[in-house]
Ligand binder design. Structure first.
Ligand SMILES: C[S@@+](CC[C@H](N)C(=O)[O-])C[C@H]1O[C@@H](n2cnc3c(N)ncnc32)[C@H](O)[C@@H]1O
Length: 270
């Protein structure tokens, strides 16, 4: 029988909820460190004594810190944004504008969840000036993830959330820890250009840097596991690692009409 898995409360591109069974056998150690935590699917589905969880997205970390601190009070406040009258394009655009003008804090955190559940496809995208620019999603009845947030609160007791680049978080690992890295992936085909990809914030040089850091940590007794597409580029980047490869079902086009099989890998450094 499949063990019960917990869904994260945010919709997040590249979430690892469906790959938990592939990852679990490799994630053993004292503390779990995730420098690219995203929606937290991996953290939520593994039992460790402690967790150190980071991401470069300040909205994500602000939200996790608010939820950890305010617990049910935050959920109660957030619920006021999940009313049928706020599931409307004009209201959505007004709240999106407010989000973009607000500094970090409780209201910005609540608006971030509202945008995640009422925006198009749960996308998280910012323009060059840092403004959130995802259009209205036209969902019939956006789901309020109360159950998932309650579970998150329970699990967050032993977790520390940090906003920053992956390098700073990896540097905080100690012998006996395990670091799971789920970076933005390299282009799907080896011929695709890295230029457009770098515009999303993760360049080829950063992919190389990540592999270099992983090897360096493994030499110091820290196990590092990295997820990525399995293609010619990643086979080269992770040439010092043990590779485990498996097929995954993937949406190729944005309207979801074109599904295909692709291969994904785990690069294991230990
Ligand atoms: C593929 S997602 C991780 C998904 C996550 N495993 C999950 O299950 O939801 C990649 C994450 O890396 C973060 N990211 C991108 N560049 C980063 C960087 N330089 N340092 C740390 N995090 C970064 C993004 O904000 C995003 O949340």
């Amino acid at each position: 029988m499949q063990p019960t898995r917990t869904r994260p409360f945010l919709k997040w591109a590249g979430g690892k909820y469906k790959l938990i069974d592939k990852l679990s056998p490799h994630l053993t150690g004292r503390k779990l460190i995730e420098p690219f935590v995203g929606s937290g699917a991996v953290f939520l589905n593994h039992q460790f004594e402690r967790y150190l969880l980071g991401d470069i997205n300040p909205d994500l970390i602000n939200l996790y810190q608010c939820l950890k601190k305010e617990k049910q009070q935050f959920i109660k406040y957030l619920k006021t944004f999940f009313k049928p009258e706020l599931n409307d394009q004009t209201e959505y655009l007004a709240l999106r504008q407010e989000f973009n003008l607000r500094a970090e804090g409780r209201r910005r955190a609540a608006l971030f969840v509202y945008l995640n559940r009422h925006g198009f496809n749960g996308l998280c995208r910012y323009n060059k000036s840092g403004g959130f620019n995802v259009p209205f999603g036209r969902h019939t009845k956006p789901y309020f993830p109360e159950k998932e947030m309650l579970y998150f609160i329970q699990r967050a007791k032993n977790a520390q959330f940090v906003c920053g680049d992956f390098v700073s978080l990896m540097n905080r690992s100690r012998r006996g820890d395990v670091v799971y890295c789920d970076p933005p992936y390299v282009p799907l085909s080896p011929t695709a250009s890295f230029t457009s990809y770098a515009a999303q914030g993760f360049s080829y040089d950063q992919q190389i840097e990540l592999a270099y850091r992983a090897k360096h940590l493994a030499d110091r007794g820290v196990k590092v596991v990295i997820s990525n597409h399995d293609n010619a580029i990643t086979r080269k980047i992770y040439e010092d690692a043990v590779i485990e490869s498996f097929p995954v079902r993937r949406f190729i086009s944005c309207d979801g009409s074109n599904r295909g099989n692709a291969k994904e890998l785990l690069a294991i450094y230990e």
